[in-house]
Structure formats: C-alpha cells, structure tokens
Design a protein around this ligand. Structure first.
Ligand code: HAM
Length: 420
C-alpha cells in the first residue's frame, strides 16, 4: 500500500457533522456583528514577517517563539499570520481607510498559526472570530465592543464564563509604571525564570504574563498598571466601567492582565471559562491606539477582540448546549431501474430548482436499501419512480414522518413539495 498521510500535529480536520456546529458558531457571530453595524473583512493568510514583528512586538512569545516564518521563492521573509489584527491594520493603512470622525468597523473569521505545544484547546492552526473598530477614542466604543463580544456568548447559550478587565495605560503613564515595575522586579531578579530575566530588559510588563507559578507568585504584589494611570486614562477607564455596569455586563477587575501582544493601550480584557483547563481564555481583546501609526498610517485609535472557535465549541459541549441541526431535511428521489434513475436525477434537479434539498442514490440499489438510505440522510420525503410510475406519469411521494403516501404527477412533484 502507498504511504498514507496524517494532518500535521496541532491541526485538525473539521468533518461533518461537526462542521455544522462550526457553521452555527460562525453564523451566530455574523448575525451579532451585523446588528452592531460591522461588515466582513478578509485578509491574506500570510504577510511579510516584519509586519508581525513590528505590530505584535519582537519580545512577545507569539513573534519570538511561535511564528511560522518562511522565505518565499523571491527571498522575502513571510509569516503565516499568528493573529488577525496586524494584517487588518495593514489593510486599513494600505487602502487609506482613515477618515475624520468616521469609524471603520469590521468582523472576521480566520485561521491563525502558532507553533505552540499542542494540547487540549491549543492548536498550531487555530480559528478565530473577531472584530476591529478603527476611529473612535472614547470609552463608549470599548463598551460597545465588549457588549458585542458578550452578546455572542449569550446568543450561543454559553454560561459560567467570566469577563476580566484591565487598563494598561498609554504612552504618557506607561513609563512611570515601567520604572516602578522594573525596580520592584530587580529586587527579585535572581528568583525569576530565565525568560523573565530577559523580559525585564525588553518589556517588563510581559513578566505578568509568565506561566511559571514562581514568577506569578513573585509578581503578585508588583505594581499594577491601574495604580499608575494618568488622569485621562483614569477617566476613560472609569467611564468604561460605568457603562459596563449600566449595561449589566458583570466583570472582574484584573490588574495583572497584560495579554500576549504588545500593541495594547488602555483597555484590555479576556473572557475566561474555567472548564477549559490550562487554556482557559475563550477570547481576548483591547484597545490599540498606537498601532495604526506604528504601521505607517495616520494616528488612528483602534479596538477589537478575537475569540477562539475551538474553545467556544468546547464551552458549548461542556455546557451540554444543543446546536440546532440542519433544518432542510429534504427529499430522496428513488429510481428503481435505469430509465427511472435517469428521471430521478432530472426530477431531483428540478426540486433543487425550487430551492429545496434533494438527493438521489448513486449505487443502483433496490427500493429497500434506498429507503434505508433516506432514513440515514434524515430525509423528510421519499419520491419513488419505477416502471409503473413512468407509465402512468405519477410518482409515489412518501411522507417519511407519518408514513402517508400520495400519488403526484411527476412534473408537479417539485411544486407539491414546495407547498407541503
Ligand atoms: P489572543 O489572545 O492571542 O488575541 O487570541 C484570542 C483568542 O484566540 C484566545 O483567547 C483563544 O481563544 C484563541 N487562540 C489563540 N491561540 C490559540 C491556539 N493556539 N489554539 C486555540 N485557540 C487559540 C489575539 O489574537 C488578538 N488579535 C485579539 C485582538 C483583536 N485584539 C484586538 N483586536
């Protein structure tokens, strides 16, 4: 036998009927986004690797350890996108979409690629839904994006998740926090893991994000960003919190939440779901007011979030939440001999022409086997054509739910099914 292949480690095939569940998550997200006035955007799966290094940050794990980087045949350094925001900002800048007092609001479904150690809820090719909103600076935009995020989970029926919120400050207040943090960390430097010792030089805030329990314990009492916010960041955060409370969106303050990407300013949030185990983040997002400028565009604030589809599915499964099955149950058109099979094929085609689902059997099977097949397909109707039916010009239409049978002129079957 020839060599067979397996999907690469950390990737998965999404096969029917599981793909129906994906479709449900995505179509619910699309519906929610449209309600908030967002439109779909699609950007390339790969970009110049410099875009991510610059946008997400050289010192982040995502860029320094997890990116799929390759040289293309023209000798350019490219990377499979490890997240969506940088590419969307690139498109926003490239197409000159910035405008005064205008908001560009987009949503997306995308695969992302991170060379991480695969485990439950963590893939090398993962899938996200997300939104980005460019233009507004005020906290009302933050509140609206968080509301959209939570509306999706609500609409899906997911419960038991927790919104964790922080403010990371801005270029005005960051330096004083950074200094205080560096001073505090330098006292425990020798006890930090080697990676965090390096992070102290590049971006000490990253130490908060370390997975090691020792580092977590050491930073538990380190100065947090909220204690160093400038007056503007303070009032932005206070107003956001007020809006969330008014919208009855419960949250928990998480002063040590820093996120794994360097572009965030002010608002940052994650939604945790405890049933997910180590990979407990259902989604994450925040404001990135400096990113458009960093990537060569005119100073334009932005905010957004992305949510893992695999993790949302897991939360649905954990919550025992039923996903609506396929609603169009359709018809199996059964032909019992060669000529009837030919007519069955044509009849199925004209039933489809009425916008209805119809299938035929491909395997020259007898009536009994085809009726079983109708059952397997979950068909609602079986239309039977044999020698007698062709002679009289009338098909037998069987209602597979009630068992009732009717004789219907063959040419009228599509209209009859449409009315049924
Ligand atoms: P992120 O926190 O890196 O943010 O990813 C968002 C979500 O994607 C995570 O909470 C998780 O649910 C899912 N995810 C990420 N990596 C994996 C993986 N390897 N396997 C399974 N699921 C994964 C971002 O990507 C930002 N671009 C979000 C954003 C948009 N911020 C502003 N706008």
């Amino acid at each position: 036998m020839a060599k067979s292949y397996q999907a690469p480690r950390g990737t998965q095939d999404i096969l029917p009927p599981v793909s129906d569940r994906w479709h449900h998550l995505e179509s619910t997200f699309r519906k929610v986004c449209e309600r908030y006035g967002y439109q779909e955007v699609r950007t390339p799966v790969f970009e110049e690797s410099g875009l991510f290094a610059r946008g997400i940050g050289d010192a982040t794990d995502i860029v320094s350890k997890e990116m799929y980087v390759f040289e293309d045949r023209g000798g350019r350094s490219m990377a499979l996108r490890p997240e969506g925001t940088a590419g969307i900002v690139r498109a926003f800048v490239e197409h000159k979409l910035a405008g005064e007092k205008s908001a560009w609001k987009v949503f997306y479904f995308m695969s992302i690629f991170r060379y991480e150690r695969p485990q439950a809820g963590r893939y090398r090719q993962a899938h996200q839904v997300g939104v980005e909103c460019f233009g507004p600076t005020g906290p009302d935009a933050d509140a609206e994006v968080i509301a959209l995020n939570m509306a999706w989970y609500r609409e899906l029926g997911i419960r038991g998740h927790e919104l964790r919120l922080n403010s990371l400050g801005c270029p005005v207040c960051r330096p004083s926090h950074r200094q205080a943090l560096s001073e505090a960390l330098s006292e425990v430097r020798g006890d930090l893991c080697p990676t965090c010792q390096g992070r102290m030089e590049t971006n000490p805030l990253r130490v908060f994000d370390c997975k090691s329990a020792e580092c977590q314990a050491l930073v538990a009492s380190a100065p947090s960003t909220v204690d160093y916010l400038c007056a503007e960041c303070q009032s932005h955060f206070a107003r956001l919190r007020d809006l969330l409370e008014a919208m009855e969106l419960p949250y928990e303050l998480a002063p040590r939440l820093v996120r794994g990407l360097d572009y965030y300013t002010r608002t940052a949030w994650e939604v945790k779901y405890s049933g997910l185990g180590a990979q407990d983040a259902l989604c994450g997002g925040g404001r990135y007011d400096g990113l458009v400028e960093e990537l060569g565009g005119p100073a334009t604030p932005g905010i957004g979030f992305a949510a893992g589809i695999e993790r949302a599915l897991y939360a649905l499964e954990q919550g025992g939440i039923e996903i609506p099955g396929r609603s169009a149950r359709g018809t199996l058109v059964i032909g019992l001999d060669e000529e009837s099979r030919r007519r069955a094929l044509l009849l199925a085609e004209s039933i489809r022409g009425h916008g209805l689902r119809a299938e035929t059997d491909y395997f020259d099977r007898g009536l009994k086997a085809q009726m079983k097949q109708a059952d397997r397909l979950g068909a609602r109707w079986a239309v039977i054509l044999g020698e007698d039916e062709l002679k009289t010009g009338r098909a037998v239409v069987r209602d597979l739910e009630s068992g009732d049978q009717s004789e219907v002129p063959i040419d009228d079957v599509p209209g009859w099914l449409d009315r049924a």
